[in-house]
Design a protein around this ligand. Structure first.
Ligand code: SAH
Ligand code: SF4
Ligand code: F3S
Length: 439
């Protein structure tokens, strides 16, 4: 048998790209590839890219530039670009970087094996169509190899919301939900292979409305169906939009034991004026009221968020409203970004905030968030929480895992193995993680 070819995949961007990279590696497994950890010994390099901010997109071109020497040394090396930059700038990538053999957009991954064969035969291959069929059905089934205790599973993809700053509706296309039975099948298969926690993914995951046995099913309906799978211990989902937080989903946070007390619910800004200009279609009050309802259903739920500072025309007063909203919510976790104008989005054409003003705001906001995160983490000391152990820690005998609230936890002299879900009493809180003992 011929030696397997080696595939090096580098993944940028969000969790959906992590999931897609796994699926692409599996699909190319059918063409005789095994994964390698370094580009130097690869027969194919695939960059799975992100277009969300300017910096993310630029990284692709600088990374490609670094492969010039490799291609000169190995003319059989094939280089591919996948993901959201591929979708947004496919033709330009081919023009700007002649090293690239293959460009594949996020909705065309099922065609990757054919495209690889085309590239091998010395032709360029580009596919950034939005085909009607479900790409996941055409990708090879997951092989039955054992895997770690946690996994991502895409249930919904694309977005119809068109926030004024965001490229996702253009790069991922219109919102689509996968049918319930296929998701359950994939989840059961993951559990058989050792997975104990599944994070359901979607750009607007709570807009999920897949076909089920009794008609259209909501995300809450899907979660309840997953709840019945023996051996699956934990369910999470991300990313949610405030306007799709339905009553049944809020209720599930109070009643579904496997659903973890953590919710990533981006708000972007605390100013109604800016929210309107962002086309977010919710207000600060509607967001705050939603948080109250979530906390009524599940008092210990940890709220996470995303913020953009320096959105066009954001004034000091608008920014103060954002800080005020953060104070009111009390975030356990948050991600914040300086606004980055994206070509083709409405906000890119508007008057921009001066970079030094945006920088100062970002620093101030991040300092506040860090204080809140730390306070929430410190408050865990003395409590007993569930921890799903994932792997050995840095010290001998130590194990690390994640708590129900997604805090990193380490336990010294720990007899637990990866995949064990144990009660752990938290004894101290460090800068990035908690320390505990088995309860
Ligand atoms: N679907 C999710 C997240 C999409 S992208 C949602 O609806 O919230 C992840 C985050 O990147 C966003 O929440 C936003 O905070 C940030 N982001 C998106 N476009 C951006 C831009 N042009 N500049 C800066 N940050 C941006
Ligand atoms: Fe982007 Fe808005 Fe859609 Fe989220 S909801 S993916 S921020 S357009
Ligand atoms: Fe980036 Fe595309 Fe995800 S733009 S954040 S990789 S959906």
């Amino acid at each position: 048998m011929a030696d397997p070819k080696k595939l090096f995949i580098k993944t940028y961007g969000c969790q959906m790209n992590v999931y897609d990279s796994e699926r692409m590696a599996e699909a190319l497994g059918g063409s005789g590839y095994v994964e390698t950890r370094t580009p130097e010994d690869a027969d194919m390099i695939l960059l799975n890219t992100c277009h969300i901010r300017e910096k993310a997109a630029e990284k692709v071109y600088s990374e490609l530039g670094r492969y010039k020497g490799l291609k000169a040394a190995n003319p059989d090396l094939k280089i591919g670009v996948a993901g959201c930059v591929a979708q947004a700038e496919g033709d330009e990538i081919m023009r700007r970087q002649p090293l690239v053999d293959l460009v594949v957009g996020p909705q065309a991954y099922h065609r990757l094996p054919e495209m690889e064969a085309r590239a091998r035969s010395g032709h360029k291959a580009l596919d950034t169509d939005f085909p009607a069929e479900d790409k996941f059905e055409h990708l090879k089934a997951r092989p039955k190899a054992a895997r770690g205790p946690t996994a991502f599973l895409t249930v919904q993809e694309g977005c119809d919301k068109f926030c004024a700053f965001c490229v996702v509706p253009y790069t991922r296309g219109a919102e689509v939900s996968r049918p319930v039975n296929r998701i359950l099948g994939e989840a059961r298969d993951l559990v058989e292979r050792g997975v104990r926690e599944i994070t359901l993914l979607g750009q607007n995951v709570n807009a999920y409305h897949g076909a089920g046995p009794d008609g259209e099913t909501s995300l809450a309906g899907l979660i309840w169906a997953l709840n019945d799978i023996d051996g699956l211990e934990r369910i999470r989902f991300t990313t949610s939009h405030p306007n799709d937080m339905s009553d049944d989903l809020i209720a599930a946070h109070g009643t579904c034991e496997k659903l973890m007390p953590y919710l990533h619910l981006p708000v972007q800004s605390g100013s109604d004026r800016i929210l309107k200009r962002m086309n977010r279609a919710h207000t600060r009050d509607s967001y705050l009221a939603l948080i109250d309802r979530l906390r009524a259903a599940r008092p210990d739920i940890l709220i996470s968020g995303d913020f953009i500072v320096g959105f066009p025309e954001e004034s000091d007063e608008d920014f103060a409203d954002t800080l005020d909203l953060i104070e009111r919510v009390g975030y356990g976790q948050a991600f914040s970004f300086k606004y980055s104008p994206r070509p083709g989005t409405p906000a890119a054409e508007r008057p921009q905030v001066a970079p030094d003003v945006a920088d100062a705001r970002l620093q101030e906001l991040q300092a506040l968030i860090t204080r809140q995160q730390r306070a929430r983490q410190d408050a865990m000391v003395g409590q007993t929480v569930g921890v799903l152990f994932e792997k050995p820690g840095r010290l001998p005998g130590q194990m690390v895992g994640k708590s129900d609230h997604l805090h990193a936890v380490h336990v010294d002299d720990c007899a637990a193995r990866p995949g064990d879900l144990c009660a752990v009493r938290i004894v101290s809180s460090g800068p990035n993680s908690l320390a505990g003992i088995l309860a």
